[in-house]
Write a protein that binds this ligand. Structure first.
Ligand SMILES: [Zn+2]
Ligand SMILES: [Zn+2]
Length: 86
């Protein structure tokens, strides 16, 4: 699943984390974007983002997580798509 990374800088002993969001619709990543819209928010987005990457839904990487709201959206879309096919 293509995802756009949000870097969350840790403080003190907390390490930096990466939160992966579903990219917002209508955006084509050119690899050097100033901004990435994200599916879980109409207003918010990622400023000066790192390029999108293909991320497994079952992410098992330390200090990296999926955005809960985006994950819910992805699961809903998959459910809807499965229902349309049947
Ligand atoms: Zn999100
Ligand atoms: Zn981009």
């Amino acid at each position: 699943m293509l995802a756009t990374p949000e870097r969350v800088v840790g403080r003190g002993r907390t390490p930096d984390r990466t939160i992966w969001h579903k990219p917002g619709s209508g955006h084509r990543c050119a690899g050097n974007c100033d901004f990435h819209p994200i599916a879980c928010s109409e207003e918010e987005g990622i400023v000066a983002p790192a390029p999108n990457r293909d991320i497994p839904l079952r992410l098992d990487v330390e200090h990296e997580t999926w955005c809960g709201d985006c994950l819910t959206l992805i699961r809903q879309q998959r459910t809807n798509a499965a229902q349309e096919r049947s």
